[in-house]
Design a protein around this ligand. Structure first.
Ligand code: GLU
Length: 502
């Protein structure tokens, strides 16, 4: 019967970050997988802010998270700024809800007040350590400690006198807890391994575990998709669901994102060291993927492949295709190595097929390097010439410099190499063609005609021209460059080179 009810419930997933700083790409990938799963199943994607730890809360973080999701195209169906019927969506505003629910657990005998002070507990912990043992607040010693199970009569008085307390989960002994993770399968844990975890802190705030379970239940979350670091909490969460006699949602724990080189989890420091962003948008001193010139849809494509694969060789997916092909069955267990070059390659592909008008409209901050004083035709021509060479939009600035500045020097290595072919004479010939107003498209055949007598290597001819126009051998097709520069600038650069060669 229960599974039948579950089947007809529509899919509801949530992304539940704690606002302790910027959203990093690990968190963003979690949000993406939740989003894809929700859309694929015509379900709802909820953003819940888990801000019960007021000490770790960072003021700008919540707004950052919402902005980052928006930029990424992962807009929640319900969130603190777009409340639905399951609000409030900030845990700090749900204290009354947790209070009511903890009381019901106490009544059921599943949770209890504990008055041990932190000092008392650390003393006990130290005593255990001295005997090379680990202290665990639980069945084997709770009847020796200061709590309502051990001291039922004193409890009412302590509560009346407002003696500080926490509320703990009463974990039964000798129970086997079987949980299922959609990525890894069944996991069995013995309840003896779990201590009587605190559910309510002395400041009246719930712990993560308690609030998370209560909210997932009340918000009718059907699937919990979150990072692997929460897998060790799964059995405890199951115990809390059991204590309430609630059905647990289905769980999927996503693999870690690993450093590009070496072992371990990707960190902000790796990004700083190796020069790649780890945040979607700028945060404090760090530039984000946005500021480096990523198309959000390219970043989503890359992140989708970081821990999941479509089962085919295809690697480029626009968002609507991702929604169609995304299948949680293909989420991998093992960690996924972050690969910035691959992310850039995907961005390059997206730049290749996204039409220019869209790029100019959506990313004006990167297009400013093509001066407004240029006619739009010229701005477009430069962009379309360079676009196949771009991996990040930020590269447009340096790549387009060739259209803004005449070369100040010429690559001496190349110059020495071609000196014997008389680059001055070659350039003079190009000057002549410009003055005769021969169209750039005819330059190649004209210069070949001229070269029938000269018999110079064609490579040296092209290198002379490129050196005169650009100053080095890099950059796009040189005839295209000359075409865009126009006769006047081309001639100026040719003459400058000519005069430079004496
Ligand atoms: N607040 C937790 C976090 O910051 C949420 C974990 C979960 O999704 O259950 O990641």
């Amino acid at each position: 019967m229960l599974s039948l009810t579950k089947k007809i419930m529509s899919v509801r997933v949530r992304f539940a970050p704690s606002p302790t700083g910027a959203l990093h790409i690990g968190g963003l990938r979690t949000a993406l997988y939740n989003y894809l799963f929700a859309k694929k199943n015509t379900g709802q994607f909820v953003l819940r802010i888990e801000d019960t730890d007021q000490n770790r809360k960072v003021d700008q973080a919540e707004a950052y998270i919402e902005d980052a999701l928006k930029w990424s195209g992962l807009e929640p169906d319900e969130s603190p700024t777009k409340p639905g019927r399951f609000g409030p969506y900030r845990q700090s505003e749900r204290k009354h809800i947790y209070q009511k629910h903890i009381e019901s657990l106490i009544e059921k005998g599943k949770a209890y007040y504990a008055f041990d002070t932190p000092e008392e507990l650390s003393k006990i912990r130290a005593d255990y350590e001295r005997q090379k043992e680990t202290f665990k607040y639980g069945a084997e010693n709770r009847m020796n400690l200061k709590n309502a199970l051990n001291l039922p009569r004193e409890t009412t008085e302590k509560l009346l006198n407002e003696i500080p307390y926490v509320i703990r989960l009463k974990v039964d002994v000798g129970k086997s807890i079987k949980v299922k993770d959609g990525v890894r399968g069944y996991i069995e844990i013995q309840s003896d391994e779990i201590d009587d975890k605190i559910l309510m802190k002395a400041d009246g705030m719930p712990t993560y575990h308690f609030a998370n379970v209560v909210d997932d239940h009340l918000m009718e979350i059907t699937h919990v998709i979150r990072g692997e670091e929460w897998l060790p909490s799964l059995a405890l969460h199951q115990l809390i669901y059991d204590a309430f006699e609630w059905d647990a949602p289905e769980f999927m724990h996503l693999p870690l994102i690993l450093k590009p080189q070496g072992k371990g989890k990707l960190s902000k420091r790796d990004g700083e060291k190796l020069g790649f962003p780890v945040f979607p948008l700028a945060w404090e001193e760090s530039e984000g993927f946005k500021e480096r010139g990523f198309l959000p849809e390219a970043l989503m494509n890359y992140l989708a492949l970081l821990g999941w694969n479509p089962g085919t060789d295809k690697e480029i997916f626009e968002m609507n295709r991702l929604v169609e092909v995304f299948d949680t069955e293909r989420i991998q267990k093992g960690g996924a190595k972050f690969d910035f070059e691959k992310a850039k390659w995907i961005n390059h592909k997206f730049l290749g097929f996204t039409d220019q008008k869209t790029i100019f409209e959506r990313f004006p901050e990167f297009m400013d390097c093509l001066p407004d004083s240029w006619p739009q035709k010229k701005r477009s021509a430069v962009y379309s010439l360079l676009r196949d060479r771009l991996f990040l939009l930020e590269e447009l600035k340096s790549q387009s410099e060739v259209f803004l500045e005449d070369p100040v020097e010429y690559d001496s290595k190349v110059l020495n190499k071609i000196q014997k072919n008389d680059p001055k004479k070659i350039v003079a010939q190009f000057c002549k063609m410009v003055k005769e107003e021969i169209a750039v498209k005819d330059w190649k055949s004209k210069i070949q005609e001229w070269n029938e007598n000269e018999k110079l290597p064609f490579g040296a001819i092209m290198q002379s021209l490129r050196l005169a126009i650009v100053g080095n051998l890099s950059g796009p097709d040189i005839f295209d460059v000359c075409e865009i520069l126009g006769n006047q600038v081309t001639l100026r650069r040719l003459e400058k080179f000519y005069n430079h060669q004496n």
